[in-house]
Design a protein around this ligand. Structure first.
Ligand code: NAD
Length: 249
């Protein structure tokens, strides 16, 4: 079940944390994985981890917010690995501050919003648009976007512009799903709670999380494996929370 042998997967922003966990998991299931990250050294690190455990991976550094760069990269993948079967729109940013200490909207600047929208929203639009032509032609595709509970509810932690982008991702993915269901393409959103590779040193880390722990990158990765699989052909247009119960919708 959930084997991905013969499938080509592109995971954006997969140099660390959530994206790296998803890339490792898809590779474990047999996918040929292309590890994108804006930071080439990070993409290379995840790629080396996958290769060290016998998986097939290649690092490909580009900026998802740059449509021409995305187009060139996906053509390169088509030529070397084959057409992209699975796209995971994971690259995201909350702005210049750390995810746990963002500025209230009243102290944010237009430059902050532009980068947040460029990476989270335009990055997703760019990558989704470029992979679609081949997916439609081949009558198969799996598109997964990593959004956030911040896009579904109000939080007093200074993430208003980020929430606008994440909420926009959720809206886009539903329409992508409806438009492309006739072509065997599914489009689903994983809405995350707090996930960290290393949660040590955080004060009261489990406040508000019924399961009693902060998430680790493997938590969303298991769902990504399912959504990427042939078996998930009847699951589309969904926004699925992976958050330890911190947001129950
Ligand atoms: N970690 C969480 O608690 C959490 C919670 C909710 C949602 N999310 C979402 O999950 C996704 C991954 O989050 P994370 O915590 O792993 O982030 P992270 O910041 O740890 O890693 C993101 C990676 O994306 C890369 N990146 C940034 N901009 C890029 C660009 N323009 N092009 C290519 N790569 C780029 C970065 O270099 C970085 O390595 C994001 O979309 C984020 O909004 C994360």
């Amino acid at each position: 079940m959930f084997q991905l042998n013969g499938k080509v997967a592109l995971i954006t922003g997969a140099g660390q944390n959530v994206g790296a966990g998803i890339a490792r998991a898809l590779a474990r299931q047999g996918a040929t994985v292309v590890v994108n990250d804006f930071h080439a050294d990070r993409a290379q690190r995840t790629t080396a981890e996958i290769q060290a455990t016998g998986g097939t991976a290649r690092a490909l550094s580009f900026d998802v917010s740059d449509f021409d760069a995305v187009t060139a990269a996906i053509h390169d993948i088509t030529e070397h690995e084959g057409p992209v079967d699975i796209l995971v729109n994971n690259a995201g940013t909350g702005g210049p501050l750390t995810p746990l200490a963002m500025a209230p909207f009243a102290r944010s600047s237009a430059a902050d919003w532009q980068r947040i929208f460029a990476v989270n929203l335009y990055g997703m639009l760019n990558c989704s648009r470029v992979v679609l032509d081949n997916m439609i032609e081949r009558r198969f595709g799996r598109i997964i976007t990593i959004a956030s509970g911040a896009g579904q509810t109000g939080m007093n932690i200074g993430v208003a512009a980020y929430a606008a982008a994440k909420s926009g991702q959720i809206g886009f993915m539903r329409h992508l799903a409806a438009e492309n269901a006739p072509y065997g393409i599914t489009a689903n959103t994983i809405s995350l709670g707090l996930v960290l590779s290393d949660a040590s040193g955080l004060p009261n880390p489990t406040d508000g999380i019924p399961v009693g722990r902060i998430g680790v990158p493997e938590d969303p990765a298991y769902l990504a494996v399912y959504l990427a699989s042939d078996e998930a052909s009847w699951t589309t247009g969904q926004t699925i929370g992976v958050n330890g119960g911190s947001l129950m919708l």
